[in-house]
Design a protein around this ligand. Structure first.
Ligand SMILES: Nc1ncnc2c1ncn2[C@@H]1O[C@H](COP(=O)(O)OP(=O)(O)OP(=O)(O)O)[C@@H](O)[C@H]1O
Ligand SMILES: [Mg+2]
Length: 333
């Protein structure tokens, strides 16, 4: 039984859930691909929860969030003294996930030089900790996810073909929300109920015209964007009827326009759109990171990777200007 909610009644999402049930009992590696916010981590957890491994741990590691030099130690652990600062022997995520599932998120960011060691761990279920020549044996199922086109990375020699095929034993493609419009109503109802309860509000009605706008919207940030959007709507509108914040009233894109775009294009466009809405403010309550539901550092990392340069937000006043303003305010008291 899943300990989290999996909402969606569309045939495409139901087909994914059928796949989850079918593949959960076996130990083969799974590769989940899909645009940002489509629910890759949610599906990885669902596979674990439906599997005989559910009594052991689900360990997640975001390969993009950890500097390449530290990733090997994070994955495989290290011996005391293996490198400067390694004061104690430490288990890696592979060992922590023994008997359970290891979720390798953003696998496309796995450094090339580390890929052979990961391949061996996947195939042989054994590895050595950094600084040790003693082999550690484990029993781990690996589920990997990416919002990059891994096949294209293989073509560009940025990802090893042998590792790609080893991970891609069972591929799962999560369709973007705009291709499963039928899920928007149950997801909206679910998020409205969730945030209303959390914010101690009562929302009884989602008007048809509001639903029509939500269904027509493109949702480049997929379920995460819808979730954040509903949270804002519930937070800002008083009264029992759900209303739309202004930023959704923008032209709806045609799906044909999207067909030729890569996952990275979709990510870039969504991040740029959110940055525009927040006047390039990244951190803080009103910043883009918060709206996207990402840690600030992850957003900055993604921006760098997608070639989006940071700009000074007009909403962030220089520290000196702030200090001057405070001095003036104090003087005029
Ligand atoms: N089917 C679903 N039902 C309810 N909530 C969902 C569903 N799918 C995703 N979510 C919610 O949407 C948010 C994004 O999901 P998740 O983190 O799994 O996406 P992701 O594809 O891993 O995104 P990213 O590529 O940015 O890492 C989470 O808050 C998750 O709880
Ligand atoms: Mg994720």
């Amino acid at each position: 039984m899943a300990t989290f909610d999996l909402i969606g009644s569309s045939p495409k999402f139901q087909a994914v859930l059928t796949d989850v049930d079918r593949i959960a009992p076996v130990d083969s590696a799974v590769l989940i691909q899909g645009e940002t916010g489509t629910g890759k981590e949610v599906i990885a957890r669902a596979i674990h929860e439906a599997s005989p491994r559910r009594h052991n741990r689900f360990i997640a590691l975001n390969c993009a969030a950890i500097p390449g030099a530290l990733l090997e130690s994070e994955l495989f652990g290290h011996e005391r003294g293996a490198f400067t600062g390694a004061c104690t022997q430490t288990k890696g995520r592979f060992q922590m996930a023994d008997g359970g599932t290891l979720f390798l998120d953003e696998i496309g960011d796995m450094p090339l030089e580390l890929q052979p060691k990961l391949l061996r761990a996947l195939q042989e279920q054994e590895f050595e900790r950094l600084g040790s020549n003693q082999t550690v044996r484990v029993n781990v199922r690996v589920v990997a996810a990416t919002n990059q086109e891994l096949g294209q990375l293989v073509g560009k020699k940025l990802f090893r073909a042998d590792l790609f095929y080893r991970l891609n034993v069972i591929p799962i493609c999560l369709p973007p929300l705009r291709e499963r419009v039928q899920d928007i109503l149950p997801l909206t109802e679910f998020f409205v109920a969730k945030f209303a309860a959390r914010l101690n509000k009562h929302i009884d009605l989602i008007p048809d015209e509001v639903m029509a706008v939500l269904k027509a919207h493109d949702w480049p940030g997929n379920i995460r964007e819808l979730q954040n959007f509903i949270e804002r709507a519930v937070l800002f509108w008083p009264g029992p009827v759900l209303r739309l914040p202004l930023d959704l009233r923008q032209p709806v894109k045609q799906s044909s326009e999207r067909a030729s775009r890569t996952l990275a294009d979709a990510d870039r466009e969504h991040i740029l759109e959110t940055l525009k809405q927040t006047s390039w403010l990244i951190g803080g309550q009103d910043g883009a990171a918060n709206r996207l539901g990402l840690p600030r550092t992850t957003l900055i990392y993604k921006m760098r990777k997608l070639g989006i340069e940071t700009r000074r937000s007009p909403r962030v006043r220089p520290i000196r200007q702030l200090a001057d303003e405070q001095r003036h305010a104090a003087a005029s008291c």
